[in-house]
Design a protein around this ligand. Structure first.
Ligand code: NDP
Length: 481
């Protein structure tokens, strides 16, 4: 890839690009073609040890002594550098994860936005004074955890790095990042930009490698003080168990089965683009993808027909073609999604994109809209992580809420209705970390706290809330008589 200015087969540890201790590498594949396009480092437990030691040294040294406003200034400078390189980062991401260029560029811009937001907030996180007994002065201090571990998945590497590394650095933590083996390149590019921006050595360390090796070594390491994890429920449970062994806090963001609930009085012209885009964006590989569309029965046929029209018109292509939908991340993910689609044979295929002339080795699936499902159907219960949506009819508010809340997940939901009272009732009744009214996703919402309930995980990232998650509170009670 001609855009690369760093060695992809190295780790960043203590401000130095180093070969992994075991000398191993892992192949990189372009999801659009299946072609091998390079290699990344296969980091080991030894590299994680070195990275955690480097982070601890930075925390005790130069980074720990950097005043909050200077941390903020540095993050904002880094945000500017990311913006200037947005096209290059987008090209790298498109080749690495198969994301259409426009979507990859939007991720780069979101990364910059996180750095600006958390850079601006770095010196605005205050403790409190607490009225107490006569003769005391009591106050709280918000302090960094120390060394934070970050396990980032492959679906939105830049955005998730922005929201977790941005907030962690803003609050003065030193970070060790383990990107997903299928999506390391923009993490490495970002780390190099951070060095260029003047981030002290060891404040950010990156160890690529396998989840079961480098990832497990990081999450079980006794030298880290907080873990931020985004990924599957199964791996999230393993990460939480590892955190429990060291008695450290963990933020888990584990995806969902997010519904959009469409009532008969909804403005369908406004809703339709959201209904479909929230399912097919990033080829459906989005934690907050809306994979269930619940529609009040009197307008059910109309919604299915209008969504189907959009599905039939979707254009699927290579990332560089920059169409509506690209390939999935990997052959493995293609197998997972195809397996789910095989479970839809008892449903109606209401709409489906046509796959045109695509490279044979690419990981493509045809975006598909299934209709006629019940809330209990496997495709309405399990996270598919592909461009597949199911439409489910309902009758009245009570049934809508029961179906919306009828999965193990609770990440995001939306309600489409003109009735203000119903909007308020549903926003309360639906179990989710975010509820959108007459929109979906609020354009990413860097400022908006984000996270789940149930098997969608716990803890909040994004917005100001993340700054609390990446700090610990100390109460100081001074007796002075
Ligand atoms: P995983 O949860 O296994 O991977 C997510 C991250 O965890 C990756 O960085 C991975 O590294 C790392 N990891 C894997 N095993 C361990 C471990 N034992 N200890 C620490 N870190 C580990 O998801 P998959 O990539 O296997 O995807 C499978 C399914 O997970 C998807 O189909 C989707 O349903 C869900 N998923 C949800 C995401 C979300 O945004 N909520 C994101 C990604 C997946 P590596 O990739 O190198 O193994």
């Amino acid at each position: 890839m001609k855009e690369l200015w760093f060695d992809t087969a190295k780790c960043l540890i203590g401000g130095e690009w180093t070969a992994p201790a075991g000398g191993g590498t892992l192949p990189l594949y372009d999801p659009s073609t299946g072609a091998e396009i390079g290699a990344i480092a296969r980091g080991t437990a030894q590299d994680i040890d070195a990275a955690v030691a480097a982070a601890e040294a930075a925390y005790r040294g130069a980074w720990g002594q950097t005043p909050a406003f200077e941390r903020g200034r540095l993050l904002m400078k880094l945000g500017q550098m990311v913006l200037e390189k947005a096209d290059v980062l987008a090209a790298i991401e498109a080749a690495d994860v198969g994301k259409p260029l426009k979507q990859a560029r939007a991720d780069a811009v979101a990364l910059a936005r996180y750095l600006e937001f958390y850079g601006g907030a770095a010196d605005k996180l205050h403790g409190q004074t607490i009225p107490f007994l006569d003769g005391y002065t009591v106050y709280t201090l918000r302090e960094p955890h120390g060394v934070t571990g970050h396990i980032v998945p492959w679906n939105y590497p830049m955005q998730i790095i922005g929201r977790s590394i941005g907030a962690a650095l803003a609050t003065g933590n030193a970070c060790v990042l383990k990107p997903a083996e299928d999506a390391c390149l923009t993490a490495l590019a970002f780390a190099d930009l951070a060095l260029q921006a003047g981030l002290p050595a060891g404040a950010l360390n990156v160890v690529p490698g396998l989840g079961a090796e480098a990832g497990a070594a990081l999450t079980g390491h006794p030298g880290i003080h907080h873990i931020s994890f985004t990924g599957s429920v199964g791996t999230g449970i393993a990460v939480q168990k590892a955190a429990a062994d060291n008695v450290i806090p963990v933020t888990l963001e584990l995806g969902g089965k997010s519904p959009q609930v469409v009532f008969a009085d909804a403005d369908l012209d406004a809703a339709l683009p959201f209904l479909v885009n929230a399912g097919i964006q990033n080829c459906g590989q989005t934690c907050s993808a809306s994979s269930r569309i619940l529609v009040e029965r009197s307008r059910y046929d109309e919604v299915v027909a209008r969504m189907a029209e959009r599905y039939d018109a979707l254009r699927v292509g290579r990332a560089v073609d920059d169409l509506d939908v690209g390939p999935l991340i990997s052959a493995r993910q293609k197998g997972i999604v195809a397996g789910f689609m095989d479970h839809g044979t008892d449903l109606e295929v209401a709409g489906q994109a046509t796959l045109g002339d695509l490279p044979d080795g690419g990981y493509y699936v045809a975006p598909t809209l299934f209709a006629g499902a019940t809330g209990a159907h496997k495709l309405a219960q399990e996270e598919i992580f592909g461009p597949v949506q199911v439409v489910i009819p309902f009758e009245g508010e009570e049934e809508a809420v029961a179906i919306a809340n009828g999965t193990d997940y609770g990440l995001v939901a939306s309600v489409w209705t003109d009735s203000g009272a119903r909007q308020m009732r549903l926003a309360k009744a639906i179990r989710a970390g975010q509820v959108f009214i007459n929109n979906y996703g609020a354009a990413g919402g860097v400022e908006l706290p984000f996270g789940g309930t149930g098997k969608s995980g716990h803890g909040r990232e994004k917005g100001f809330e993340a700054l609390y998650a990446f700090t610990t509170l100390k109460t100081v009670a001074a007796y002075h008589g």
